[in-house]
Ligand binder design. Structure first.
Ligand SMILES: Nc1ncnc2c1ncn2[C@@H]1O[C@H](COS(=O)(=O)NC(=O)[C@@H](N)CO)[C@@H](O)[C@H]1O
Length: 419
């Protein structure tokens, strides 16, 4: 969310962001509502002042004047409550529109309505040149009995899986390895719940707009989050964080649930796109300073790239277009990992700077050195998301005999050179 003051003072920039991010929002209607709300508040203030003047004069008024004064004060009170109910409705309508105002994208973002306008920033790693016909991850799994991808669906429905044996162990080893790396880098590991209130989805910007992507439990008024970002963004809601506690660095580990409502027919084979997965999330709360946010964006991206380099997975870094980055983002870089069986790169990480857009929605504030209370900045990036990361890992490291050679950092944890 942007501040009303910023919107009033920069309507052109906001209108441009609405257009470049393909947001359906009538800014003129928002500004008109804002003017009406301000006019009603001014009117109420005037009437309250008038009523106060009457009550002040009441004491010194002659007895015969008092009934008329009382009647006037009563009439003013009735007029105020009439305006207040109108104000309440208009304020609610204004608040709903404010939640839809997109963040201003950084000037380096490719301008375009969707991911086809994303650009490749850099490509790292060597795409494997197999001297045999490589298998895809499903064939490798079936050959080695590393998961159940079929019978489990009679229990859990489509887009579900059950990792088995060494592959199940590898997922745990990968997560521990990534958690240890982030802990060594100053991030506090947090195992956060997927259960979350609707307000937590509003805070991140998932709601309004993406309600159909989340599983909902009406009896509890709870949703299942698709990312640990949701719990971490609202964890400190309502607090005023002291300057010396910033930056707060969390490594949020959680199960993630997504209905994939809009993905019918896409990635239906295997582990790329499932309803329940596990993610280690890099999350930063820092002071509202654009340079500091830019430094953390680079750090979160570098952390993820370093992991992919250690795992010897070829990848490319993507600069997200204005239409692909989403409402709340100032900047988003995805990392796409090479999937041999598809002959292309597929997204495995997503790194975002949001400035104070989430902080305003989550009421996340800090007290600066001059004791001024301000909204913080938030950032997030995937550290590892499994089982999707297993797809490039298995496929890039497969051998002619259908085994998988483990990248060096995992061999000790996995007790051997091969999965
Ligand atoms: N349905 C899914 N199945 C498997 N993995 C998924 C699914 N949806 C997302 N992911 C993984 O989770 C990563 C992050 O998802 S994201 O929506 O792009 N971004 C976020 O959730 C941010 N909080 C950064 O992690 C993706 O890059 C992908 O690796």
């Amino acid at each position: 969310m942007l501040s009303l003051q910023f919107i009033r003072e920069n309507p052109g920039a906001v209108r441009k962001a609405i257009g470049e991010k393909n947001v359906s929002l009538d800014l003129d209607a928002l500004l008109a509502l804002d003017a009406e709300v301000r006019a009603l508040k001014t009117r109420i203030d005037g009437l309250r002042a008038e009523r106060n003047a009457i009550s002040d004069s009441f004491k010194s008024a002659a007895p015969e004047e008092r009934p008329a004064l009382g009647a006037k004060a009563k009439a003013i009170g009735a007029e105020i409550s009439g305006i207040e109910s109108d104000l309440g409705e208009k304020q609610a309508a204004l608040d709903a529109l404010l939640l839809r105002v997109p963040n201003i994208p950084w000037e380096g973002a490719p301008v375009g309505p969707d991911e086809s306008f994303n650009t490749v920033v850099r490509t790292e790693g060597t795409i494997p040149d197999f001297d045999f016909t490589p298998l895809d991850h499903v064939a490798l799994i079936e050959k080695n009995d590393w998961a159940d991808l079929a019978r489990i669906t009679q229990v859990a429905g489509s887009r579900t899986y059950c990792l088995k044996g060494r592959l199940a162990m590898l997922e745990q080893a990968l997560m521990l390895w990534a958690q240890q790396r982030l802990a060594a880098d100053g991030f506090t590991l947090m195992t956060v719940p997927a259960l979350a209130r609707p307000s937590a989805f509003v805070a991140t910007g998932h709601f309004p707009g993406h309600e159909e992507e989340a599983y909902f439990m009406p009896a509890d008024d709870l949703y299942l989050a698709g990312t640990g970002e949701i719990a971490l963004t609202s964890l400190h809601s309502g607090e005023i964080i002291e300057a010396d506690r910033l930056p707060i660095l969390y490594a949020g580990y959680s199960p993630c649930f997504r209905r994939e409502a809009g993905s019918a027919g896409r990635d239906v084979r295997g582990l790329l796109r499932v309803h329940q997965f596990y993610k280690l999330e890099q999350y930063v709360i820092c002071r509202d300073d654009e340079e500091e946010s830019a430094r953390w964006h680079a750090r979160l991206l570098a952390n993820a790239e370093a992991m992919l380099q250690a795992l010897e997975i070829p990848y490319q870094v993507i600069e997200a277009s204005t239409g692909d980055m989403g409402n709340g983002k100032f900047r988003m870089n995805d990392i796409e990992s090479w999937v041999p069986s598809l002959g292309k790169y597929r997204e495995t990480h997503s790194c975002s700077t949001l400035h104070d857009w989430q902080a305003r929605r989550a009421n996340l504030r800090w007290r600066d050195e001059e004791r001024k209370v301000r909204f913080v900045h938030t950032l997030n990036n995937t550290a590892l998301a499994s089982p999707r990361i297993l797809v490039p890992l298995l496929e890039n490291h497969q051998t002619a005999d259908g085994r998988v050679k483990l990248p060096a950092p995992l061999r000790e944890l996995m007790g051997g050179d091969y999965l």
